[in-house]
Structures are given as C-alpha cells and as structure tokens.
Design a protein around this ligand. Structure first.
Ligand code: HEM
Length: 177
C-alpha cells in the first residue's frame, strides 16, 4: 500500500481525534515501519489493518465506518492533488466506469508499487452503472465513499447500494444509479 494512504490517514486521525490518538494507535500496532511513513514509500497493508483495528477500539466506531470516513477524506486529497483527472470527465458515471481502464492505469504510472483493486464493469448506461470490486484488501467501504463523493463532486444525487459476493468483502457488487 502506498505511503500517501498512510500519511493522509494519520493526518485525518490527528485532525478528528487528536495527536494522542495517533500515538495510541501507532504504539498499539505492530509496525515494521514504526509508524514513520513517507508519501512515496510502499508499506504492508497489514499495517493499515492494525491501525484501523486500534482506532476502532479507541473510538468505538466500527472499522467499516472508519474506512468510509477515511475514503471521504481521501477523496478531497485526490481532488486537491489531481484536479486534472476530475476535469477530464463530464459525468460521475463516466468517471466511475473509467477507474479501471483509465484512472488507476495512470495511478500505476504516477505511484509505482500501488496496490490497486479491480473494478469489473457489468453494465454501463447513462444513468446506471453496475460493477464488481475485487481486492484482497477488502476496502469496499473506501470504494463506496469515493463513489458517493464522486456524485457529490458533480453535484448529482445518487443511490449506491452494494451486495457482498464474498463474505470477507474481497468481492463486492455495486449498483449505482
Ligand atoms: C483522481 C482519481 C483517483 C486517483 C488518483 C486514485 C488513486 C489511488 C491510490 C494512490 C490508491 C492507493 C493505492 C495503494 O494502496 O497502494 C488508490 C486506492 C483505491 N482506489 Fe483509487 N484513485 C482515484 C479514484 C478512485 C475512484 C473514483 C474509486 C472508486 C471507484 C477508487 C477506488 C479505489 C479503492 C477502493 C482503493 C483501495 C485499494 C483496495 O481496495 O485494494 N479510486 N487509489
């Protein structure tokens, strides 16, 4: 997992819960990196899992809700550092349908070592998109957050539901309208 995902995560934790909570989750987690991340580095996803588990323990907020909240935060980061990518698309459907074949392809070049999910488009119409998320990281709530925020960015209402095709969340179907 790219370092930017860690640096932004710890920044969100600091802003929302304070520096003491950042220290707590780093100390509680077994981290090869010892919690010292750089945006361009690459770290084990296991470290992110630990940080989220401990943040959930400390705050009594479910892991799913924390990952969702983090996805919303990360979206704002993406808009700030890659405004050009968003300007390229005129509709949220077009943008989301392009994550697999365009956006994350560019991301692979810009962020060497990025560990990206796969989105398999099942149906794509002007006002409906169905796609399946695949990733061993099971960050489907991160995907849900980025999808919700994409519609918000284009100032459009949306109804996004999902069906877990695998219980552990590594394969999830999204129905977007
Ligand atoms: C400007 C647009 C975007 C950029 C630059 C971008 C970039 C990235 C980067 C750098 C990561 C971290 C990779 C790693 O962990 O090594 C990531 C992960 C991810 N991205 Fe994107 N992304 C964009 C848009 C989207 C959108 C719109 C979606 C929603 C469908 C999405 C879904 C995800 C998910 C779910 C992950 C988490 C990794 C996983 O589940 O395995 N991304 N993206």
């Amino acid at each position: 997992m790219k370092g930017i995902v860690f640096t932004e995560f710890l920044e969100m934790v600091e802003t929302s819960f304070g520096l003491e909570t950042v220290d707590f989750i780093i100390t509680k987690s077994k981290l090869k990196s010892q919690g010292a991340y750089t945006a361009v580095g690459v770290y084990d996803f296991f470290e992110m899992q630990q940080l989220i588990i401990h943040l959930s323990e400390k705050t009594n907020i479910s892991k799913e809700d924390l990952i969702y909240t983090y996805g919303c935060y990360f979206f704002n980061t993406l808009v700030r550092i890659h405004p050009d990518i968003f300007k390229h698309y005129s509709s949220p459907f077009a943008m989301l349908a392009s994550v697999e074949d365009h956006i994350h392809v560019q991301v692979k070049k810009l962020y060497p070592g990025a560990d990206l999910p796969t989105f398999e488009v099942i149906e794509f119409k002007d006002d409906y998109l169905e796609m399946i998320y695949h990733s061993n990281n099971a960050m489907y709530m991160f995907a849900k957050a980025l999808m919700d925020k994409t519609f918000e960015y284009y100032d459009q209402d949306s109804n996004i539901t999902y069906i877990k095709l695998k219980k552990d969340g590594t394969k999830v179907k999204f129905l977007i309208s």
